[in-house]
Ligand binder design. Structure first.
Ligand code: GLC
Length: 799
């Protein structure tokens, strides 16, 4: 490790010698002899922000990622000057800044180190572009592991990896492809049961090295901009992640149909083909909520137009699909065809909304429509215009969701597959080059789309899906993992990528089920769908170049099995919706990797096959062909096999049978799982009775069940219902207590309870302490079911 004297000798490239420090309400400022300034702002008791200016001048403070309404404020702050350090203490942890070189260390209140700077902040001048390459390196512990960074297609645990973030269109990417569609410069470190997070809010190309170059060093740097990062202390990863998600923002609840099964292909056209597909779903009783229109619905790939030969009356078609329970989602790309007879192009040109090269000409590039210009979505006026373009598509034709693609931005047939560096952007008034705006281009496009769809679909909720994104983009849109391939390795990747997105603040994510490029076998399709029904976003999509990918294409067996699993997703919709609510309210990820679920158990640190869906389902996909089961790890606690109620004690690996018609699914003991009847689409049926599956536990467990009207905004005015169930199991008793908040009136009056694993014969039942006749509850001893009023506050079973 470098010594202090060496550091001073390195002159300008490191902060050297403290001249002064100062602090006001929440910010402690340091000035070093060579002009470096460091501002440390205390945002919360567990979060500090660090900004470094090499020449003493900070950039204008502006961020696309940070939610302007993010919660901040702290309970305690003490700043003390010691001989060698300045010490900042909050209610949760201590930060020490060395006077000699501004190196920083973070410690728990007990003094245990959380993370300490190695070289700390340093920089290199960028002679080619001006500004600096800004760098930070931190010492890592031997047993330290790392998680996060968005959609990277690599091992879940990032230790040993070096990765960079530069949004890139990667058709048929592979394991370890360096750059993908999204930039989420956020990671979490974990050692000695201490978890912390780093969010490097810099939109230039960023780089992360997790003990790759040097075994005990983690570093991150950017090709420009400021060293501007947030440090978040846990020690629980769950506290780290929810704090990060608070900072960068949470989405609104999606309409529930967006959580149904979606079918997509490049492309379904003409109208008769679309109808043939949707009718077939209904004919085969295969649930489906949305059908997608890829680029061929447009006239020559011109956004916001329709090909009238293929779709003579889009409004009627969309309406008819809607009557059949299908929402229509249409693709919109950023490239606008250069064509003076095309109104969108003309408007963009007249108003100077397109990106320009540094010397003045428009940025010209080839995408699906041929030569295009590209709106500068970092200009608020352009976003306003773009959102207005949805008036007809959403407001009149009735399309319910928009799919934004190619927004890395992708450009064909050019080196780098994107805009040249010199292209200019407004960046909300902070004019800059593409080097700085590249990673937020897609996010700002999705943001403008979200505004438009929300406006014209109001009072219904918008649904947006984007391929490119940046931290904070979860406020506007869902996402998918782009152009994957129909291989077993990609099924493995999809599992890792969606878990990674979930711990990167972007839970509303899914993969192209079955693979986009090439064609899956029936077996691969089935196994992938089995995983996909547990992903927050569940869509089959394929390029269509290699054959069909509808569930009936692979023969009757696959159809049967697939239907069974999609039906399971529809039954679990109230459970998934509750998990979504927890994400929207608290920033809790919808999928929880095992390390997130139980970080104390070091067995989980390198696990990524198994994950927790919501709070109480343990799921493990089958990722290999020709197998009848697999070994999997069970986290600590006890888990019921979903298929046969066998109870497994966790903290160990075990073999689980899983022939093609099955997969390993387990439910946490004590869980109470809300279930809907199978429907062909959301709101097909009025729910007359709600099912609750109650899994016995000797001990206590809490469960939640959130409901509202599935769409619209009444939930914001109290039009929701949140039920908390407390289960207490004893040797010959089960007590279930219910507390309800909110004023949403459910459509049903009763719960059908199904008990699993109750170890005694139920002889007596008490409601609010009064004994009730078992017959009155239609008690069925064989199925372990009974019907009760939905508003009970205490139910007591006695053996
Ligand atoms: C891109 C998208 C893909 C889409 C295709 C045509 O490759 O990733 O999902 O189908 O473009 O629009």
């Amino acid at each position: 490790m470098i010594t202090n004297t060496e550091l001073e000798h390195k002159g300008n490239l490191y902060p050297a010698g403290l001249v002064s420090f100062d602090h006001d309400q929440d910010t402690v400022s340091f000035l070093s002899k060579n002009g470096v300034r460091l501002n440390i702002t205390v945002l919360r008791d567990n979060m500090l922000r660090f900004r470094y200016a090499t020449n003493g001048i900070f950039e204008d403070d502006f961020s696309y990622a940070v939610d302007k309404d993010h919660p901040h404020g702290f309970n305690h702050l003490k700043v003390e000057e010691h001989e060698t350090h300045v010490v900042i203490t909050t209610e949760k942890f201590i930060c020490k800044v060395a006077k000699v070189d501004l190196r920083v260390g973070m410690y728990e209140l007990t003094g245990k180190p959380i993370v300490e700077d190695e070289l700390g902040f340093h920089w290199e001048e960028s002679f080619e572009f001006g500004g600096n390459f800004v760098k930070m390196s931190k010492a890592s512990k031997d047993q330290e592991n790392f998680f996060g960074l968005g959609d990277k297609p690599t091992n879940f645990n990032l230790k040993g990896k070096r990765l960079s973030l530069w949004n890139t269109d990667q058709y048929a990417y592979g394991k370890d492809t360096a750059e993908l569609y999204k930039a989420v410069p956020y990671y979490m470190g974990l050692h000695n049961n201490i978890g912390y997070g780093i969010f490097f809010d810099n939109t230039f190309k960023t780089h992360f090295d997790f003990c790759h170059e040097r075994r005990n060093v983690t570093s991150f740097w950017a090709d420009g901009g400021e060293m501007n990062y947030y440090f978040i202390y846990g020690p629980q990863l769950s506290d780290v992640l929810t704090t990060y998600t608070d900072l960068t923002g949470k989405p609104e609840l999606p309409p529930m149909w967006a959580l149904g099964f979606h079918q997509c292909k490049w492309s379904y056209y003409p109208e008769s083909k679309v109808k043939e597909i949707t009718s077939k779903f209904r004919e085969l009783n295969f649930p489906c909520d949305a059908i997608y229109l890829d680029i061929d619905y447009m006239e020559g790939f011109r956004c916001f137009t329709w090909n009238n030969d293929y779709f003579p009356d889009p409004k009627r078609m969309v309406q008819e699909l809607e009557e059949d329970g299908f929402k229509t989602v249409a693709i919109i790309d950023p490239g606008i065809k250069i064509d003076l007879d095309y109104s969108v192009f003309k408007e963009g040109l007249e108003n100077d909304y397109f990106c320009r090269r540094a010397d003045g000409p428009y940025m010209r590039g080839k995408v699906w429509p041929g030569e295009c210009y590209f709106p500068d979505f970092t200009n608020p006026e352009v976003r306003e215009w773009w959102s207005g373009l949805y008036r007809e598509l959403i407001g009149e034709i009735g399309v319910k969701g928009v799919w934004n693609d190619m927004n890395e931005p992708a450009v064909m047939e050019v080196p780098g597959k994107t805009f040249p560096f010199d292209v200019r952007h407004d960046y909300d008034g902070h004019k800059c080059s593409h080097r700085k705006a590249h990673n937020v281009y897609g996010m700002q496009m999705a943001r403008a789309t979200y505004e438009g769809v929300k406006k014209y679909n109001f009072p219904k909720r918008p649904f947006i899906i984007t391929r490119a994104n940046y931290s904070g983009g979860q406020r506007y849109t869902s996402t998918w993992t782009g152009d994957n391939v129909a291989t077993w390795e990609h099924l493995w990747l999809a599992n890792v990528q969606i878990q990674r997105l979930c711990v990167s603040g972007m839970s509303f994510a899914g993969s192209d089920i079955g693979g986009f490029a090439e064609q899956p076998s029936g077996e691969l399709y089935t196994r992938w769908l089995q995983l996909g029904i547990f992903h927050p976003f569940c869509r089959v999509h394929s390029s269509g170049d290699h054959g069909e990918q509808e569930p009936w294409f692979f023969g009757d067996d696959v159809l049967e099995i697939s239907r069974k699993f999609v039906e399971l997703r529809y039954q679990l919709l109230p459970y998934l919706y509750t998990a979504f609510y927890k994400y929207v309210e608290e920033g809790m990820p919808i999928l929880k990797p095992l390390v997130y679920h139980d970080q104390e158990d070091v067995q989980t640190h390198y696990r990524s096959d198994e994950f927790i869906f919501g709070n109480q389902f343990l799921v493990c996909p089958i990722q290999e062909p020709n197998v009848q089961g697999r070994r999997m790890y069970f986290p600590r606690g006890k888990w019921y096999n979903f298929w046969n109620d066998t109870l497994v004690t966790g903290g160990r690996e075990m073999w689980v049978d899983a022939p093609l018609e099955s997969m390993p699914i387990f439910v946490k003991e004590g869980a109470i799982i809300p279930k809907y009847p199978v429907q062909q689409y959301v709101d097909e049926k009025k729910i007359e009775q709600m099912s609750l599956d109650i899994y016995y536990k000797l001990g206590k467990e809490n469960s939640e069940f959130y409901e509202d009207s599935h769409d619209g905004y009444e939930y914001r005015q109290g039009g929701f219902s949140l039920r908390t169930f407390k289960l207490t199991g004893k040797d010959d008793e089960v007590i279930v207590q219910q507390h309800k908040h909110g004023k949403y009136a459910s459509t049903y009056d009763t719960f059908k309870l199904t008990f699993h694993g109750v170890p005694f014969e139920i002889r007596k039942v008490f409601f609010e302490n009064e004994e009730v006749n078992l017959e009155d509850l239609q008690y069925n001893a064989e199925d372990q079911t009974m019907i009760v009023s939905k508003d009970f506050s205490e139910l007591h079973l006695v053996g």
